[in-house]
Design a protein around this ligand. Structure first.
Ligand code: CA
Length: 751
């Protein structure tokens, strides 16, 4: 009834042409038809207000023209009480429009963009503003189905005070598009946004912000990105990919982002007064310079551990006469007054190879402070750095000078003890106020960016943070407890208890199983004991899993991932566990993974694997050779593999893409005995690593087993094999000798 009255009043007002401020609430619309009518009738100064509630499958097409003095506004009745769900999206086109307070969640866009600043390729948005909107975990179920959350077209648009968190599928979170004349020299402003957690994609296409594409990269964009907070934006190597000219990035905070601000294409970029905090987390990166006339001044980098393309500061090599989509030479660029504290790497001529042979020229590095008393080798020089002039840079006394093809760069650096104080969260050296950020502006954080009426969401995966649930021995008691559990809970099994599962246990959230004292035993019947479904992660501690009661079929497994695409990354940990007698039939695996699933981490610590007909970790389901793979971090420590028909560890990443960090393997203090001899083992290996980016292998004994095979593909992989003995085994094979081998022995005791 109210609705009809309101609508009636709305039309009366419209027809009478009354436009005073009392019209504000008149624009309340309660469904898409009312919204469409309000939009088609909208005139400058109007406000259209979405009524509180859930708007399912609402495709909002906000096409109108306001004026500079009287924009047309789309807002919500109460911020936080209007949510757009299922297959909803927003397109805006016209001019002087404001959109405020929309929340997208529990679904995904039916089109290529959640918020699009265009109606179609010809009808764009100019002088529009999107503010205080939220896009929260609004993803399709397929992780490699691509979309953008925000596509910015036209000119003079502003995107500010928005909160974007939990993008998990392929496709940049926000793209500024330059693909038509009307979007060049756009002077957009992207400010005060909170770009929240973006987990590893495990593929190219996980950027948080991209401005332009290589095709239009020599055109000016003139986009300003300032006062934003980038929090754990770790989709891939590039947090920001600037691919056009004359963009400015200033006063942004990057918090624990595993990637870099990359000047990927385009010239005349300004990067100044940004704050990058790595907190010592792996692969946290800094600023990467490519192309011409780039200016990198007064930035603050602390605790960044990344190397190669994700060093605290990277100056790349280019390709002579580069095609538009490759790497242009660094020319006429400057890095000055940057404060780089407790970071692990600064690299020059990175990417140098037979193709990228154009070294930086006419480039200067002046008055920077690089201080890290814990690490002496900060600099890596891959090629001739005579085109970079160094002047007035200060290093902590321990840091070794960069070398120029063996010759020291003796001027340009001074080693000096400095006294640092923590001031307003930054480590500042006494007497050098001009180095590091010199802006009076407030440093962006989770508090002064985004919106204050929507909860900040922690999407990181954490075990053992919930309640403990005691599980009595018996049949299906684990399943019953799992069904009662919440994310983070721990199922505690009885010491020495006998557990049997005649049903599989679905794991839809973060779940731990733990026992104290004598290890309990779990037997099971179905083709899998645990199914990590989308959103699930599993930790097992102090448990024996036996396959002796499994049905006599081929292809059983203790743990399997979803058979379908998993948009959420998962973790699987096993500590102090025994996996035994998984051999009722062939191809019995410990972990079975499927294509389009991605493990953030897998850790096997102090576990025994004995009598297994299939594989233990066979992470090789991404076979398209486009740089996609099944697991980022794999840790195997203090384990014993004995009588394993298939591979103990197989990690596969094919293709030549350089935008990811993994797979990363740590394999330590582990023995292999009689591994890999089953005729179905296609790898014909006990351990097979293909395209792995980092592998640290130490203290291994490999007896009576198939080979350990290393296939180095792309990205200067860091592979170390140390203190390893092959006994009556096929030994170590590799396609390249570009890896470190130290104290690796081959012994044959057989005749
Ligand atoms: Ca990329």
């Amino acid at each position: 009834m109210n609705k009809i009255l309101l609508l009636f009043a709305f039309f009366i007002i419209l027809s009478s042409g009354c436009k005073d401020s009392s019209a504000l609430s008149i624009g309340l619309v309660e469904n898409i038809d009312e919204f469409n009518e309000a939009v088609s009738a909208a005139e400058p100064g109007d406000v259209i207000t979405l009524a509180n509630g859930i708007w399912n499958n609402a495709e909002l097409k906000f096409y109108a023209n306001g004026t500079e003095e009287k924009p047309i506004k789309l807002t919500v009745e109460t911020k936080g009480k209007v949510t757009l769900e299922e297959e909803s999206n927003l397109r805006i086109a016209g001019s002087y429009l404001i959109v405020e307070g929309l929340v997208f969640r529990n679904g995904n866009t039916p089109t290529g963009e959640v918020i699009s600043f265009k109606k179609d390729s010809k009808t764009l948005c100019n002088n529009c503003r999107v503010t205080e909107c939220v896009i929260d975990n609004y993803n399709p179920s397929e992780r490699h189905e691509s979309d953008y959350w925000v596509g910015m077209y036209g000119k003079n648009n502003r995107f500010d005070h928005n909160y974007l968190v939990g993008k998990r599928n392929r496709g940049v979170t926000m793209a500024v598009r330059l693909n038509n004349e009307e979007s060049l020299e756009n002077h957009h402003r992207i400010d005060h946004n909170h770009f929240g957690y973006r987990p590893l994609l495990g593929s190219n296409g996980g950027e948080t912000l991209r401005i332009g594409t290589s095709h239009h990269s020599l055109k000016n964009s003139n986009t300003i990105v300032e006062d934003n907070y980038f929090e754990m934006c770790s989709g891939e190597l590039e947090i920001i990919s600037s691919k056009s000219c004359q963009n400015t990035f200033r006063n942004n905070t990057f918090y624990e982002c595993k990637g870099t601000l990359t000047m990927r294409h385009g010239n005349e970029t300004i990067v100044e007064n940004n704050y990058l905090f790595g907190n010592g987390k792996a692969n946290t990166g800094g600023i990467r310079i490519i192309n011409e006339t780039q200016t990198v001044n007064n930035n603050y980098c602390e605790g960044l551990t990344g190397y190669r393309f994700r060093s605290a500061l990277t100056i790349m090599n280019g390709v002579p006469n580069s095609p538009i989509n490759r790497y242009f030479q660094v020319i006429d660029s400057k890095a000055s007054n940057n404060l780089i504290v407790n970071c692990d790497n600064v690299q020059f001529c990175a990417g140098s190879d037979s193709e990228r042979s154009a070294v930086p020229v006419n480039t200067e590095m002046k008055n920077n402070i690089i201080y890290n008393t814990e690490k002496d080798e900060i600099f890596t020089v891959y090629d001739d750095i005579s085109g970079i002039s160094f002047e007035g840079n200060i290093l902590s006394p321990n840091i070794e000078l960069p070398t120029n093809k063996g010759a020291n760069v003796s001027t340009g650096f001074e080693k000096k003890e400095l006294v640092f104080n923590r001031v307003d969260g930054l480590l500042r050296p006494e007497g050098f106020d001009q180095v590091g950020p010199n802006s009076d502006k407030e440093r962006p954080s989770g508090k002064n960016t985004g919106v204050d009426w929507y909860p900040k969401i922690d999407y990181t995966i954490n075990f053992n943070v919930g309640n403990e649930i005691a599980v009595a021995p018996g049949e299906n008691t684990i399943l019953e407890a799992a069904l009662k559990s919440k994310s983070g809970d721990v199922l505690v099994l009885e010491a020495g208890g006998k557990y049997h599962q005649s049903k599989s246990v679905d794991v839809p959230h973060t779940l731990s199983l733990k026992a104290r004292g004598e290890k309990p035993t779990i037997t099971f019947e179905r083709s899998s004991l645990f199914n990590i479904e989308n959103g699930g992660s599993l930790s097992l501690e102090g448990i024996i899993v036996s396959g002796e009661k499994c049905d006599d079929y081929a292809g059983n497994s203790v743990v399997r991932t979803s058979r379908y695409s998993m948009i959420d990354n998962y973790k699987f940990l096993a500590k102090d566990c025994d996996f035994v007698d998984l051999d009722v039939n062939h191809s019995f695996n410990v972990l079975r993974v499927y294509k389009n699933t991605f493990a953030d981490s897998i850790a096997l610590v102090n576990c025994n694997f004995n009598n297994i007909s299939g594989h233990v970790l066979n992470m090789n389901k991404e076979t398209d050779d486009i740089g996609i793979y099944n697991s980022e971090n794999v840790v195997v420590e203090k384990c014993s593999f004995k009588n394993i028909g298939g591979v103990a560890i197989n990690l596969y990443r094919g293709g030549r893409d350089e935008s990811t960090f993994g797979p990363i393997l740590k394999l330590n203090e582990t023995s292999f005995d009689n591994v890999g001899h089953d005729k179905r083992n296609k790898e014909k290996s006990a351990v097979s690593l293909h395209g792995v980016q980092v592998a640290n292998m130490n203290n291994l004994t490999i007896s009576n087993s198939k080979k350990m095979d290393l296939h180095l593909v792309v990205g200067e992989p860091v592979i170390r094999v140390q203190n390893t003995t092959f006994e009556n085994s096929e030994g170590l094979t590799s396609n390249s000798d570009a890896f470190e081998k130290n104290n690796v022995k081959t012994i044959s005791t057989k005749k």
